[in-house]
Design a protein around this ligand. Structure first.
Ligand code: CA
Length: 528
């Protein structure tokens, strides 16, 4: 009995001890999670024109991106990340301000500079003790504000030998831009930042923006294979509206000799030029000798385009790997929120196109991957409608800052925790303004709920509506706006569009109407 009694007492004590240890361990974990979540470093990896169709974590059929995929495997993949205005500068202005173009004033590329005196999330992060930096592409035509350190490309910036501006001072650099931006990023992380403060770093690539000029080590990647063509490479636009027939962004007609590498970049060093010529010279001679025409020529152009595009993506992926490795080696990974995103999606031959701008899916959607150890469950995905518009609110909440009431984006932190708020947006407003301008895409706005998409091309000479049902028509080839089967859906989306425009304070008069006149007239081939 005594033995049994002792055993029972021992057992009770053991269970009590185990429970207390378990609770203690749980409490420590909870504290760690809270600490991790309260003051994380923030790394925004922002690329330019990177299509989700060319990321293996998004199911790419044409390439692999092992380092970007790491963020998906270790974090959350967003499958409905929509941009509010599918073009470079305006998306960047929206990221900084958490506001739509009509409120932050940057509606189109290449007109008035971004007003850096307005509220931006880097400034608000500085107020709560963050050190802030932006390295790489900026493209807002005014000097960055709200950054302790900046080292940016001038305008678009070239793929080779970029002149840059470092904290106001022009610096000429030699080499491949994707690697240079990464070298500068690693230098700032390892040597230049204040190690006693949390940081917010925007690591922003020019790649894979036009004209898709690869680094030498990728010149022969894909040489021996044909990349699969998208099924809509030869779409005739018959069942859509007049706007798609006016565009100037086809692989068949719009691409220039420089896009296609039939002429080399103008700014190479003699060493770079020799490597370039050795790679492209024989390929170009074979092309000229083949004397292709018609669809065969378009197919050749697609192969040349997509291979160079993917070569630029490989450089981005490899360089991102260096940064992720550095975070691991320096012990920063566990306390760093990493976001991978592009300023919009891109056409990789779908509808016969390259470029972006439209509200159609390939340019409306952008890749978005978030890794945040201790907060985001690894290997998860999400189908809520989110946007780069939400980054400002997200970063501020992650940093423990207050969210100003005028932000139009919403914090993704609850979603990252796995708890989508019940009142999360079910629809999304889109607005593109840049016409006349590059690629001749007409101005339009619209709404989508993830399945249906209503678009309005509102300029008087093209005035028309388009409605697509993505479940039945994934490639958006059939405009069903006049189909009686969709009458109720059309009515619902029109009401929602009106509600969103009021809610988001979109002015009735087009806010870009005065600046747009300074944009260039239609020219077929020059680069933007
Ligand atoms: Ca872009």
């Amino acid at each position: 009995m005594l033995q049994k009694h002792i055993s029972l007492k021992t057992l009770v004590l053991f269970v009590a001890f185990a429970v207390s240890q378990s609770m203690s361990a749980h409490a420590i974990n909870a504290d760690e999670k809270q600490t991790t979540a309260s003051r994380p470093n923030i790394l925004l990896v922002f690329t330019d024109d990177h299509a989700y169709q060319s990321i293996s974590a998004y199911g790419s059929r044409i390439n692999t991106t092992p380092n970007i995929d790491r963020l998906a495997h270790e974090g959350m993949r967003f499958d409905r990340c929509y941009v509010s205005n599918s073009i470079c500068g305006p998306c960047r202005a929206t990221v900084l301000t958490g506001k739509y173009s009509h409120l932050n004033g940057f509606c189109v590329n290449g007109s008035t500079p971004f007003d850096g005196s307005q509220q931006t999330f880097p400034k608000l992060l500085q107020k709560v003790g963050y050190q802030t930096a932006v390295i790489g592409k900026w493209h807002l035509h005014s000097a960055p504000t709200g950054f302790d350190h900046w080292d940016i490309l001038i305008n678009q910036g070239p793929y080779y030998n970029p002149p840059m501006i470092r904290n106001g001072e022009r610096v000429q650099r030699t080499g491949y831009t994707t690697k240079i931006i990464t070298d500068l990023t690693l230098k700032w992380l390892s040597e230049q930042r204040d190690q006693d403060k949390p940081f917010m770093l925007m690591y922003q690539h020019k790649a894979p923006h036009r004209p898709w000029e690869p680094a030498p080590q990728y010149f022969h990647l894909y040489d021996d294979i044909d990349i699969p063509e998208p099924p809509t490479l030869f779409e005739d636009y018959a069942a859509r509206g007049p706007a798609v027939r006016q565009q100037d962004m086809t692989i068949a007609e719009t691409m220039s000799d420089r896009d296609l590498k039939l002429v080399p970049p103008a700014n190479l060093t003699s060493t770079q030029q020799a490597k370039w010529d050795a790679a492209y010279g024989p390929k170009n001679r074979a092309f000229h000798e083949a004397n292709l025409a018609g669809d065969d020529l378009t197919r050749w152009r697609y192969q040349r385009y997509i291979k160079d595009y993917l070569r630029c993506v490989s450089a981005v992926d490899d360089q991102l790997g260096r940064v992720l490795d550095y975070l691991d080696e320096s012990g920063l990974t566990d306390n760093t929120l990493v976001v991978y995103c592009s300023d919009q999606g891109f056409y990789l031959g779908e509808h016969g196109w390259f470029d972006k701008r439209w509200m159609y899916e390939e340019s409306l959607r952008t890749p978005c991957l978030v890794r945040w150890p201790g907060v985001v469950d690894p290997g998860t995905y999400n189908e809520d409608i989110v946007s780069p518009l939400d980054f400002a609110s997200t970063f501020l909440e992650a940093a423990g800052g207050e969210l100003p009431g005028d932000l139009q984006g919403k914090s993704l932190v609850p979603i990252l925790n796995g708890n989508t708020p019940k009142d999360w947006r079910k629809t999304f407003y889109y607005h593109y303004y840049e016409y006349p301008g590059w690629h001749y895409v007409r101005r339009h706005y619209g709404v989508t709920d993830g399945r249906f998409k209503l678009m309005y091309f509102y300029e008087p000479d093209v005035d028309h509506w388009e409605l697509y049902d993505l479940h039945n028509d994934r490639d958006e080839l059939q405009n069903v706006v006049d189909n009686p089967a969709y009458t109720k859906i059309l009515q619902r989306l029109r009401q929602e569009l009106t509600r969103l425009r009021e809610d988001l304070r979109v002015p009735n008069e087009d806010p870009a109407s005065t600046v747009i006149k300074r944009l260039p007239p239609r020219i077929r081939t020059p680069l933007p």
